[in-house]
Design a protein around this ligand. Sequence first.
Ligand code: AMP
Ligand code: GLY
Length: 454
Amino acid sequence: MPASRRVLVVGGGGREHALAWKLAGDGAEVLVAPGNAGTAAVAENVPMAATDVAGLLDVARCRGIDLTVVGPEAPLVAGIVDEFTAAGLRIFGPTKRAAAIEGSKSFCKQILHRGDVPTAMYREFRSAARAREHLEAREDMPVVIKADGLAAGKGVFVCQNRAEASAAVSSLASDPLLAAAAGSILVEERLDGVEVSVLAITDGRTIVTLPPLQDHKAAHDDDQGPNTGGMGAYCPTPFVDDALLAEIEGRILVPTVHAMRRAKVPFQGVLYAGLMITAQGPKVLEFNARFGDPECEPLLMRMESSLLELLDATVDRRLDACAAPRWREGAAVSVVMASAGYPGAVTKGQPIRGLEAAAGLPDVQVFHAATRHLDGQVVADGGRVLAVTALGPSLGRAKLHAYTAVKEIRWQGAWCRKDIADKGLRRERDLLAAEAVSQESPADDTTSPEPATS
Ligand code: AMP
Ligand code: GLY
């Protein structure tokens, strides 16, 4: 790879630090806008907000950027890809219309319907009054109330019963931020099962499915507490074996990409499926139009082949000719360290100690999610501050490495979940136990006097 490749990463969180770290490792010269104290160590930070599309266009032109990679959803939904493409600049990510798969839950459901993709049943209402009427008229059962538009993770209410659902509709109608997002209100069947994330890179025709992950959205251990952007993730997850991954690709990802192309809204970039593995199989909870955060961090730690080549092939619509990515054996675990108060208001500016000691541990990368330099120190600068990420030959070892690194790091009020990857570890133990039982049973079968019929 010629050293002259210049890549601009848009965003300033842990995902963007991981992208910048990986792309720099692939041989690119990387700029990050706006970046953070972590990205400054692997790339050049450009003081420009991720949503300042005009400013970013100037940066790309003036700095001779070959490829721009967009991290967060807001610039995608604002149309950054359309503007860069119109200006003749190469950019990785979906157009404004295609990003509506994340920006509008109503559009997402329409695409899923066109592609015959399994998802929760739902009804859509233009007003809170209509939604309430519907709730009164239907059987009292668990439902999920969703605002149609982007609502910074606050537009989804998982409700046990009619009373909770009505209250959720009322809060959507009364909160100005949520009301603005709720062009319409969706009342959705509540699905039960295990949540996983499967991401794919697509150029609109070919898709490359990435290893499955599990995020941890609740703030506290055992999935208690308020919803967050994600408190940790690990990759791969044993909840999705090869057969299930093939099913997810064949019944969900491929039909969605085709449905978008048929709807004349071709999707290029990362298609992120938030899935519930139900008793009836995998069903879509949501689609995102970008890498997840923190999902991106363990994913890229495991990626052995070049991300730059994969992104280039996507932008040039030649993913079919690109070699499949290679992944490191074992697992990666990412533990988010947050500031006191998150996901509510936090104070900023506390100096962070122990970063060097943690980063010096083998197989560890400390990705910065919200940090900055102040008076020669690295200080906390937001809610989710670090995504401490580690590789290991097994999920258990990766978890151990990640938490060993976490123990080195401290600042006033720092906290994290202690159980990242535990669901996966329990699942591994259950699978091993089931395997042991099935290894005993063939002998039973051969001695069985009556072969089973079904
Ligand atoms: P979303 O933004 O649509 O992914 O929703 C946020 C979270 O709400 C998801 O990660 C799930 O935990 C939960 N959720 C959303 N839709 C449903 C559903 N139909 N059934 C159960 N849980 C859901
Ligand atoms: N971690 C969830 C997301 O990025 O949407």
